[in-house]
Design a protein around this ligand. Structure first.
Ligand SMILES: Nc1ncnc2c1ncn2[C@@H]1O[C@H](COP(=O)(O)OP(=O)(O)OP(=O)(O)O)[C@@H](O)[C@H]1O
Ligand SMILES: [Mg+2]
Length: 334
């Protein structure tokens, strides 16, 4: 059907639009909607002017509708693509933000862990100093007082008449008791800080420790060392000795073992200490459980010096503890 002037007037947006439409001399028109996924994106208007003498047919309309459908699809796809791009960019930004947050948190954790390690190291050094001081005090003060008592007793014995046998017997008993006490004091002082650790070095101190352990626990000990002239500083020596003490205490307390083999070796810039018992065998959960401080303390002492700590058990066959400490000074000397 022809397009009438009323039709133009009713479809024009404003007077300027109407003027343009009239100028074109619109004769025939099609308005097809751009529809996709249930909503309309817009419309396409097609017109032919009077001059061309043409009129749109049903076929033209079908063609226009098909074109509009495809155009709408393309527009919609472009919009979806842009939205996806936008979401993607937002997501990437959020991921980057989270990564940065996590990295900051990790850095903070690492720095507090480093501080804790330093603190632990400091504590350990102080504890060793305290022990050494206590060992000295126990040894010197108690030792001297007891020696004084022993001399007094000797004096009393000398000045007691031979007729007073019961008194003399009493003095002898007292003197024996003072001797036992002196030995006790020496033992306690040595346990607090084995003097031979400083005087003789690690290997003899470990030998002595194992002899003592065997005497007291009845567990047979074997010690083997290939360590010769290795430059261990006082701290490394103390670490290794304390770890041996703790390991032996654990064997006596938990292992139900009849034998312990201890070996001390030097290999590729490391000194390694191995303590192997033939007891019930530590379990996985005992290794990872953190209720007790023995294993934790040993691990910490070793990690503080960038070493390795490992303990493993086989049920019914025993437990092997293995530690390695880097020999920083020893390497420098080579
Ligand atoms: N040689 C061993 N054989 C078998 N089990 C062991 C051995 N050493 C340790 N364990 C087990 O591992 C646990 C943890 O040992 P850890 O030395 O940390 O603690 P603890 O000896 O119980 O207490 P403490 O804090 O006084 O040392 C022990 O309770 C014990 O069950
Ligand atoms: Mg323990």
């Amino acid at each position: 059907p022809d397009v009438t002037d009323e039709m133009l007037a009713s479809s024009a947006r404003d007077t300027e639009h109407l003027r343009l439409l009239r100028e074109l001399g619109v004769k025939s028109a099609m308005i097809v909607p751009l529809m996709t996924r249930g909503h309309t994106l817009g419309t396409i208007t097609l017109v032919v002017s009077a001059e061309s003498g043409r009129q749109y047919t049903e076929l033209d309309l079908a063609l226009a509708e098909e074109l509009a459908r495809r155009a709408a699809l393309a527009v919609d796809n472009a919009r979806l693509y842009a939205e996806a791009q936008q979401l993607n960019a937002e997501l990437e930004e959020r991921v980057a933000q989270r990564t940065a947050d996590l990295q900051a948190a990790i850095a903070q954790l690492e720095s507090s862990r480093a501080q804790l390690l330093l603190l632990a190291q400091h504590e350990q050094i102080r504890r060793e100093e305290d022990r050494a001081r206590m060992a000295r005090e126990v040894h010197d003060e108690l030792g001297q007082a007891l020696t004084g008592l022993k001399m007094d007793l000797a004096w009393l014995q000398k000045h007691t008449g031979p007729k007073q046998q019961d008194l003399l017997q009493k003095f002898r008993d007292m003197s024996d008791l003072v001797d036992t006490t002196i030995q006790g004091v020496r033992r306690i002082a040595t346990e607090l800080r084995p003097g031979m650790l400083d005087d003789l070095g690690l290997v003899p101190a470990m030998e002595w420790q194992l002899q003592e352990f065997q005497k007291r626990s009845g567990i047979r000990c074997r010690f083997r060392s290939s360590l010769e002239e290795v430059a261990l500083d006082a701290e490394e020596t103390t670490v290794l000795f304390r770890i041996l003490q703790e390991a032996l205490t654990n064997v006596a307390r938990h292992a139900s073992a009849t034998r312990v083999d201890v070996s001390l070796d030097e290999e590729q810039g490391y000194v390694s200490l191995r303590v192997q018992d033939n007891g019930r065998g530590i379990t996985e959960s005992e290794v990872s459980g953190s209720k007790s401080f023995g294993l934790l303390g040993m691990r910490e002492r070793v990690l503080l010096r960038s070493g390795d700590f490992d303990i493993q058990g086989t049920p019914g066959q025993g437990t092997t503890m293995m530690i390695k400490l880097p020999l920083v000074k020893g390497q420098e000397a080579l």
